[in-house]
Design a protein around this ligand. Structure first.
Ligand code: ADP
Length: 393
């Protein structure tokens, strides 16, 4: 082999090696790029999974129900609160709103938003699975080209809020009515006196008595309302101390000797000695006064009112006030502790009742951590029970 041939051979080998080296490098770079892309994809998928899981946890922890629909009105996402509100399962995601929640008003609202009405607020009543009032906020979704892409519906349960508003309105109406009655009696009595009634001694006395009686009624009503407002806001300071119940009942009886005698009612003390409650003596006196007053007022003429007591097993004591009057109908016993609820309106007003006595009894006893209940049957009298914590030894 000549030197030239040898040189050529070496050159060829060098070119071949350079080509192989280039290819090997290219393959190594490509492999590294692919690995990097794989790692990036994996990290991206993991990050996306974490975001989705976090989003799902956030949506499921919301009190409001949330449903997302696509442009064709099919549910694409629903949180747990929405499932509970409308009693459907996640399996039903993919169905239309109407198929899944079966509420025409909600479906119609979603259609309007889907059709481009932007943001809508609306309130609907659900009859099932339970009676509910829902406030709905619906917002349209748009895709990158601003074309309709569905809607997000948020359901806020305002059932309790509406109930409380209703109670407040009823309460204001009742208070106005209760105030107006004695006020108009006072006004007409005063007008009669001004118009000449004052010149007749008998009429003067009669109309002044009407004014006095109704002014007293207004005072009672306002006192009861103020006490209930204090109890509601927890502003009543209970001065708890051991109260010997037998003595408390005897004191309460003293205030009703005259009233009982007027109706020929016998009041009977059956509270055993040694029964001691942890209570505020003044508030307890008020509770006993309301219950004994009612038993005398609504019990039988010439009847019997008895107060009994006993110790209960779990460090509580119980008192009950029983009469042998006409009793309370079953549908009324459930409502008897409501403010201004009266079984016989005319009788209560004629007796000077404010309609708040039993509501005060319930609130005061509950503020002590006790309970109230009533047992009654038509024609078989009525018995009110209160429980209180026993005095600490
Ligand atoms: P009121 O001022 O009208 O007496 P209460 O809250 O004390 O208000 O009582 C509410 C209603 O419950 C009364 O109007 C009456 O109709 C009924 N009631 C209360 N106690 C008795 C009872 N012992 N027997 C029959 N009905 C009663």
């Amino acid at each position: 082999m000549t030197a030239l041939n040898f040189l050529l051979l070496v050159l060829l080998a060098l070119v071949g090696y350079a080509a192989w080296w280039q290819r090997a490098c290219r393959l190594a770079v490509q492999a590294r790029r692919e690995r990097a892309i794989d790692e990036l994809n994996h990290a991206h998928a993991e990050a996306q999974h974490a975001v989705t899981a976090r989003m799902a946890a956030m949506l499921d922890s919301m009190i409001e129900g949330l449903i997302v629909i696509d442009a064709r009105g099919r549910i694409t996402l629903a949180n747990r609160a929405a499932e509970r509100m409308f009693a459907f399962s996640r399996m039903m995601v993919g169905g239309t709103l109407l198929e899944v929640i079966r509420h025409h008003e909600v479906a119609a609202l979603a259609n309007r938003v889907n059709a481009g009405e932007g943001v809508l607020e609306h309130e609907v009543r659900l009859e099932s699975p339970t009676l509910r009032v829902l406030q709905i906020s619906a917002v349209a979704l748009r895709d990158a080209e601003q074309a309709p892409a569905g809607a997000v519906l948020v359901f806020h349960d305002v059932t309790r809020l509406r109930e409380l508003e209703g109670l407040r309105q009823d309460f204001v109406a009742n208070v106005s009515h209760e105030l107006r009655t004695p006020l108009s009696l006072i006004k007409s009595a005063a007008e009669t006196l001004i118009d000449g009634g004052k010149n007749d001694a008998t009429a003067l006395t009669r109309f002044l008595e009407i004014i006095d009686k109704n002014a007293n009624r207004l005072t009672l009503l306002i006192d009861d309302l103020l006490l209930l407002a204090q109890l509601d806001s927890g502003r009543v300071d209970l001065r708890l101390e051991p109260v010997v119940l037998g003595e408390a009942v005897r004191d309460a009886f003293d205030d009703f000797v005259m009233k009982a005698a007027t109706r020929g009612v016998t009041i009977v003390h059956e509270v055993p000695a040694g029964l001691v409650a942890q209570a505020d003596p003044n508030r307890l006196r008020q509770v006993l006064a309301n219950l004994i007053d009612n038993a005398i007022k609504y019990g039988a003429t010439n009847g019997r009112v008895s107060v009994r007591g006993r110790k209960l097993a779990d460090d509580r004591v119980e008192l009950s006030v029983r009469d042998d009057g006409p009793g309370i109908p079953p549908e009324a016993t459930a409502r008897i502790f409501e403010r201004f609820y009266r079984v016989d309106k005319a009788r209560s007003r004629e007796q000077g009742g404010t309609g708040l006595g039993l509501a005060i009894v319930k609130n005061v006893i509950q503020a002590h951590g006790g309970e109230v209940r009533v047992e009654s049957a038509i024609g078989a009298g009525t018995e009110f029970f209160i429980t209180l914590p026993a005095a600490r030894k």
